[in-house]
Design a protein around this ligand. Sequence first.
Ligand code: TEU
Ligand code: CA
Length: 569
Amino acid sequence: MKRKWWHTKAAYQIYPKSFADSNGDGIGDLQGIIGKLDYLKELGIDLIWISPIYQSPFVDQGYDISDYYALDPAFGTMEDMEELLGEAKKRDMGIIMDLVVNHCSDKHEWFQKALKDPFGKYGKYFYFMEGKDGMPPCNWRSYFGGSVWEKLPGYDNLFYLHMFAKEQPDLNWENPELREEIYRMIRWWLEKGVAGFRLDAIINIKKDLRFMDFPADREDGMCAGTMMLKHAKGVHTFLQEMKEKAFAPYGAFTIGELFDFRQDEMERYIGEEGCFESIFDFAPHLIGGSGKGWYDRREVGADDYRNAVFGSKAVSQEIGLMANIIENHDEPRGVSHFLPQGHVSETSKKMLGGLMLMAVGLPFLYQGQEIGMTNQTFTDIHQVDDISTKDEYQVALDHGLSREEALWAVASMSRDNARTPMQWSSEPHAGFTTGTPWMRENLNYREINVAEQETRADSVLAFYREMIRLRKSEEYGEAIVYGRQIPWKAEEKELMAFYRKGEEKTLLVLANYREEERKLRIEGKIRKVIADNTVPTDQWGSYTLQEDTITMKGYQFLVLEVGPMVAGV
Ligand code: TEU
Ligand code: CA
């Protein structure tokens, strides 16, 4: 693998509405982010991806953009943005924008003009199609429920395509004029000094242009829109063109959000000539998913988690660096999702974080992960803002679940779990705002917050800081960033263990992914403990394990430096 500047870095996702509010209107903003740059620097963060801050009607929380060249006033002004870029640069940090170009908002000028003149220039920016005698052209279901086709106002048999909400019309990437508009916009932001982009739902930009029906997969007679993706060919042509015309001239960092791609195409995405620098590793998040809906999801076990991570690293690690996450703004909190209920403690939270940070890949934290924020408690569907949760709730009701059961079923998957205000302190509203937060904070902020964790060397925050420091250390950095990840005892239940074999150092990562103790026989000679989630971080690196057989406590996580002569490594 060719070594790149960003490989040694650590990244962080900000969900701007919920990160830090500087003016008391209850909505996080750019000045709020600027005020927290030192905190992020101290954590070891180099790259910051900010979810959409463009002008938007917020039907899908900013993922419906009505002007790509303007910021939404809720977040601040273009001067604030320039200030943020400058302040980040001063600290040697890069800002990554969200690039949402599969669709725009129905309030975007292009769509408004297209509605007025469907057969003119702007009609060709979208997918407008004749239906079947007033019925949609085909039976695809959108990601947020209902048909992907919506009638154009004033027409009986003319529809537009939206893979997501009906307020998010899909842009027609087959049209070179549209593509040029997008590349121009990307270059404009790069000229401003952003370091790169996270590419939203990007696999969807290529459609199967036959627009044909597939067999129905639910009682509604529709099929998942993703069925189409299996048949759509040629997405790489668009992506390569975008890379050449927009990203490459600026050396931009690009990270793709892609689901539903073929594993054997990894090289085309993140290989040397790939269309992106990196892509997120969603393997753990796909575990237990069901085509029927969230209500039908299966819980994730320790072995599922391990197998998913090992599986995707086996495919990717020779080719390029994927980005490791445990959560993001679309997923439940990692500690609530990947740890069994009742086992969520500071120790187990650190174990999960440690596994993410030691697996081969770019660590990509999500705001609040570093203090172990957990899922929200929902007692009523009216507490939910997220468009996807509302749809899944309806799906569960339609399937025959009671309202209570349906709420229970969707609450644990709700995208709002991760969208609650960042917990800065035990001040009212978690220190996020002096006003009323746009979304209810998680009441556990009195126990879980940054200010409290700053005071302890055994806090989750201290653990993350120290783990990131290890990644950047002279001593272990090379092994952590580039060392081959080799599974160890992958057959053993509720154990996740692997080597990271660097050029000079070999590390053994051990996670006892259960409550009971476990005895393990360790091979090799040197066993310096460089990380241990059961002792404060200031003691790391100060002792060596002498015994061949060690006893690991429940959810203990260890990183050992071992001798190079270990069998099979
Ligand atoms: O998500 C893309 C995506 O595939 C989602 O539909 C995901 O499966 C879903 O959120 C699960 O409920 C991106 C953004 O991350 C998401 O926030 C947006 O809603 C979506 O694109 C549309 O822009
Ligand atoms: Ca604000």
